[in-house]
Ligand binder design. Structure first.
Ligand SMILES: [Zn+2]
Ligand SMILES: [Zn+2]
Length: 117
C-alpha cells in the first residue's frame, strides 16, 4: 500500500483491451485503467461503459487513461479529474500504439460513431 486511497502502483493492467468486452466479444472506443486493481475497461463514450461499471461494482474510484500519450486521472466518486497521485503505475501505461481505437480491429461496426454515448 502507498497510503493513497484507490491506488496500487504495483497492480499491472489486466490486458490490452477491455476485460469484459474481450470476454463478450464487444468493442470499445477508448480504454481506462483502474489504478487500484489494474482492471482495463472501456470509457464512458463506449457502448458498454465497463470502466464506469467496474468502479461502481468494485468501489475502486480512480482510473487513469489507458490511451497512448494520455496521462490524466479521473475520480468516479467525485466525477472530477484527479491530480497525478504518484508514484507512477507499473507499465504498460497504455495499450499498444498499433492497437486501433476504436477497437479491437474486426469487431468495430461500420456505424460505430452512432453507438457512442
Ligand atoms: Zn467494455
Ligand atoms: Zn479496480
Amino acid at each position: 500500500m502507498t497510503g493513497t486511497p484507490g491506488i496500487d502502483p504495483s497492480a499491472p493492467p489486466s490486458g490490452t483491451g477491455c476485460a469484459e468486452c474481450e470476454e463478450h466479444g464487444g468493442w470499445w472506443f477508448h480504454l481506462r485503467r483502474c489504478t487500484q486493481c489494474g482492471h482495463v475497461g472501456c470509457c464512458d463514450s463506449s457502448p458498454a461503459q465497463h470502466a464506469g461499471s467496474h468502479a461502481a461494482v468494485s468501489g475502486h474510484p480512480l482510473i487513469r487513461s489507458f490511451e497512448p500519450g494520455e496521462d490524466w486521472y479521473w475520480n468516479y466518486a467525485t466525477s472530477r479529474y484527479a491530480d497525478n497521485p504518484g508514484p507512477e503505475l507499473v507499465p504498460p501505461l497504455s495499450h499498444p500504439l498499433e492497437q486501433a481505437a476504436p477497437g479491437p480491429a474486426g469487431r468495430v461496426p461500420r456505424d460505430w460513431q452512432s453507438h457512442l454515448h
